[in-house]
Design a protein around this ligand. Structure first.
Ligand code: ATP
Length: 441
């Protein structure tokens, strides 16, 4: 047996939960007993209990009216409640921050492949059957008389023990092509392999154009979830093997340069964390930037549109190519580079772009150039980007200057002078401002 610990069929897997959560589940079981409702913990959280992996989601399913039950729970615990009628699900946030999803057990049918399914109430077994893989299709009952009883109609535990990812029916990947990405993601995360038939079905589905039918946000969510895993390079290799990058853009390639860049990211990220522990970067977005780093600006823009990235994400992704490549080359240069020059190169770039820049240098050259770039970047992120000057627009007006483009020019020059040590005090700043105001532009 692999990561899954030896758990006898008699042992209650809920014992592995923290006492506080176990107590909550017992109470939910009792509450459901009062309504005569079967209630279960379902899906990924059950899988992770067997694998002894932390999982912060508590997914609950009841056979009956899940939304009514969720309202009852929200009342009892004074929890925040959001209801999604269309999916017969509700999300609760308890006062201590714990999140709980409550749903009615249901079946799903796909009127059109790759679209969102229609849902209808159904038994637990049908609810488990609509799920993606056997390892995600287990439930543990919470009603008092059966607290801890495992429901595993499709052999999820066997597959967990074997390290195997298996779909529940032949059309699974076609019905919902997000499962193609999910399969790759779970295989990578757990070091599992796709069971043979599942592998064939996945290859077949990948060869169709079903993924093209996914909406931008759904595709984006899958891609970023893949890249959020601990070692995204393995998942990207799977995407390449299955020729799935074409769904981002038909001309997107993943060659040696992008691979080396990706391999350099962990070290660049570690450096960033040491320099700026309070400014975490968006790691999946950073990996997406690396993946797009060798794409032309037209390809990058098309990917941005396909994934319907937010404006913040789009701004970062637009820096994947030359907008980080060019400054990186300047930062590598030996000799003097004035801090103001570094500042002008880097100011306004998202943090992700700065990390990518360092990774670009480290992927291309080791040693002295890397050290120079780290020194220059380090000074910028810790000190220079926060530079403040005391002269402002009002002061310039007082000197007798009319507002206009010259204002910005002078203020920028003052910033540069501060950074380069040409002025050190407020008085020197004012003198320089006066001098510049008096001279012709
Ligand atoms: P993660 O640890 O990445 O959150 P998870 O398995 O908990 O993995 P969720 O996306 O939170 O994933 O989904 C919870 C459960 O819902 C899954 O375990 C699975 O049973 C079911 N599920 C989620 N997405 C799908 C899907 N696309 N098709 C079928 N079942 C799904």
């Amino acid at each position: 047996m692999r990561a899954m610990s030896r758990l006898s069929s008699k042992e209650n897997v809920l014992r592995r939960l923290r006492p506080k959560r176990r107590k909550l589940l017992r109470e939910l079981g009792a509450l459901a007993d009062g309504r005569g409702m079967p209630i279960y913990l379902v899906g990924g959280v059950v899988r992770d209990l067997f694998l002894r992996r932390e999982n912060w989601d508590l997914d609950i399913a009841v056979e009956g009216d899940g939304i009514a039950f969720a309202r009852l729970v929200a009342d009892r615990y004074r929890a925040g409640l959001a209801v999604f009628e269309r999916f017969a699900t509700a999300r609760l946030v308890l006062p201590d921050g714990l999140k709980l999803d409550i749903a009615s057990t249901r079946r799903e049918s796909y009127a059109e492949p790759a679209a969102l399914p229609a849902v209808a109430p159904a038994s637990l077994k049908e609810d488990l059957h609509r799920r993606d893989f056997t390892i995600n299709a287990m439930a543990v009952q919470l009603n008092a008389a059966q607290f801890g009883r495992l429901h595993d109609p499709f052999g999820g535990r066997r597959d967990l023990a074997a390290g195997s990812i298996r779909v529940l029916h032949e059309d699974s990947f076609l019905d919902d092509p997000t499962r193609i990405f999910r399969a790759i993601r779970f295989a990578q995360r757990f070091g599992f392999v796709l069971e043979r038939k599942t592998q064939t079905l996945l290859r077949r589905a990948a060869a169709t154009n079903q993924i093209e039918r996914l909406s931008g946000p759904r595709l984006c969510n899958e891609v970023l979830s893949l890249l959020a895993e601990r070692e995204p390079a393995g998942s990207i290799a799977s995407l390449v093997r299955l020729k799935l990058l074409r769904f981002l853009h038909p001309r997107l390639r993943y060659g040696g340069r992008a691979r080396r860049l990706l391999a350099a990211l962990p070290q660049a990220l570690a450096w960033w964390r040491r320099q700026c522990p309070d400014r975490p970067v968006d790691r999946p977005l950073l990996y997406l930037m690396a993946l797009l780093s060798t794409g032309s600006p037209a390809v990058v823009r098309a990917v941005e549109r396909r994934l319907q990235l937010s404006s913040v994400q789009a701004e970062a992704v637009a820096c994947a190519g030359d907008r980080t490549g060019r400054p990186a080359r300047v930062l590598c240069r030996p000799g003097d580079l004035r801090p103001s020059r570094v500042y002008r190169l880097l100011i306004g770039l998202p943090d992700e772009a700065l990390v990518l820049m360092l990774a670009k240098v480290q992927a291309a050259q080791q040693g002295a150039a890397g050290r120079r770039v780290r020194r220059r970047l380090g000074r910028f992120v810790k000190r220079d980007r926060h530079v403040a000057i005391s002269v402002n627009g009002d002061d310039l007006k007082q000197i007798g200057l009319a507002p206009g483009p010259r204002f910005k020019e002078i203020l920028d020059r003052l910033v540069d002078a501060r950074l380069d040590g040409a002025v050190k005090t407020e008085a020197q700043e004012r003198d320089l401002a006066r001098e510049m105001a008096a001279s012709r532009p």
